[in-house]
Design a protein around this ligand. Structure first.
Ligand code: SOE
Length: 417
């Protein structure tokens, strides 16, 4: 298999999967070279999926030249240079191993796989393929949010000083209705885990990437808040109300993942991944507290970064809201004039721009499969901690006073006034 460098100017893309991630990745493949100077021009060649009718519609909408219901066709096609895996986690291993063996470049959505064992094999295969010039990357796209890339730069420049505490949340509510029907994200066999791997993986990767530190131990609890859901197909669509009389299926993954992490520096971090956070739509939040200040970010305000400088004179201290749309901010110069803002889809366009640049320059993009494997180890450790009791200490109810049930302001002495 000749690597892309032998082909003049184009990078032929084969994508497997065409759901939410397929849409986001396709948008990025179509636009990256229109806003970034890239060494190669992506061509959306083949879209692979299972259902031909839906596949035809998706290929039309996304701009792919051809379709196939056999993902193996894409991997076996000598004209395809890069395989983009946008499928549920239970298929990442098989597809990535075949693509790497065929010498293809690989973009694999997160988490890398549904187990450490699979992730280890994929990482070894990626390392072997690398020797032949094939590049691989895992889709932790939030690293390419300008505000977060800038936060990492500030932290590395010492803006917060010695890091003392790390706090991360990823809060969504699209599954908080008990009548929302089953989806592959609620099936352990398909997804590997629930909120933990789907959204918790992002904040694990992000806190490690922002700080350059690695999580070395965890204590956590996984909770399934809604144990059964209406069978798939009984609702009007994703998030639609299911038919309450329909059969209900068991949810086999967590809706909540709460854990404490110790980083290799000794710093403690608190993590919360929830699909039950009513009102929080995609609130991925990170706060890094240091000796000299803090940095705080919320993806629901993705063009803003809050920075607190504890070394400023007391009268001037306070969180500064930086609008990360200046040309000095990562990626921002390639888009709109200052203040016009970017969206979720831009993180994927930045990811593709960096991947295509790496392929064209013959260097390895990040996050590598090795970095994604580290995240997989953390996911597995949280699950193991939860399965081993999470270290809960019970409080004997006989040793505590009964809580005051009076409504504030109605105690006798107050009413006697
Ligand atoms: C979950 O709802 C989800 O789609 C994740 O799977 C994605 O990785 C994240 O970018 C948005 O939320």
């Amino acid at each position: 298999m000749t690597t892309t460098q032998a082909r003049t100017g184009t990078l032929n893309v084969g994508m497997i999967g065409y759901g939410f991630m397929g849409a986001a990745h396709s948008h990025a493949w179509r636009n990256a070279h229109r806003f970034f100077d890239l060494p190669l021009t992506p061509q959306l060649r083949t879209l692979a999926g299972r259902t031909e009718s839906a596949l035809v519609a998706a290929a039309e909408r996304y701009g792919f030249e051809q379709i196939t219901t056999r993902w193996q066709d894409v991997v076996e096609d000598p004209e395809i240079d890069v395989i983009d895996i946008c499928t549920p986690g239970d298929t990442h291993y098989e597809i990535a191993m075949a693509a790497l063996a065929a010498g293809k470049h690989v973009l694999c959505e997160k988490p890398l796989a549904n187990s450490v064992e699979q992730s280890e094999e994929m990482t070894a295969a990626a390392a072997a393929a690398r020797a032949q010039g094939a590049r691989s990357i895992c889709g932790f796209s939030y690293r390419r949010t300008p505000a977060l890339a800038y936060a990492r730069q500030l932290i590395s420049e010492g803006a917060v000083g010695e890091i003392r505490q790390i706090r991360a949340q990823y809060l969504q509510d699209w599954l908080s209705d008990a009548e929302s029907p089953m989806t592959w994200r609620l099936d352990k066999d398909k997804a590997g885990s629930g909120a933990l791997g789907d959204i918790g993986a992002h904040i694990i990767d992000l806190t490690q990437w922002l700080t350059g530190q690695r999580i070395s131990s965890v204590s956590g609890t996984l909770e399934t808040v809604i144990p059964t859901r209406p069978a798939a197909g009984t609702a009007q669509g994703l998030g639609g109300k299911g038919d309450a009389s329909a059969e209900r299926q068991d949810v086999t993954v967590d809706d909540l993942a709460l854990f404490t992490a110790r980083f290799d520096s000794g710093v403690l971090g608190s993590f919360e991944a929830s699909r039950m956070a009513q009102g929080r739509k995609n609130a991925m939040r990170v706060e890094i507290n240091g000796a000299d200040g803090s940095i705080a970010f919320d993806f629901e305000r993705m063009n803003e970064l809050e920075v607190y400088d504890a070394t400023a004179t007391a009268g001037r201290q306070g969180f500064t809201r930086i609008l990360t749309t200046e040309p000095e901010h990562p990626y921002a110069a390639n888009w709109w004039p200052t203040g016009h803002g970017l969206g979720y889809e831009h993180t994927f366009t930045h990811q593709i721009a960096d991947l295509v640049t790496a392929i064209g320059e013959g260097v390895d993009p990040s996050p590598s499969f090795e970095e994604a494997l580290q995240v997989q180890h953390v996911l597995a450790a949280v699950e193991a901690s939860s399965n081993n009791g999470s270290g809960w200490t019970t409080i004997d109810p006989t040793t505590t006073t009964t809580p005051d049930t009076n409504t504030p302001g109605t105690t006798t002495e107050e009413t006697s006034r």
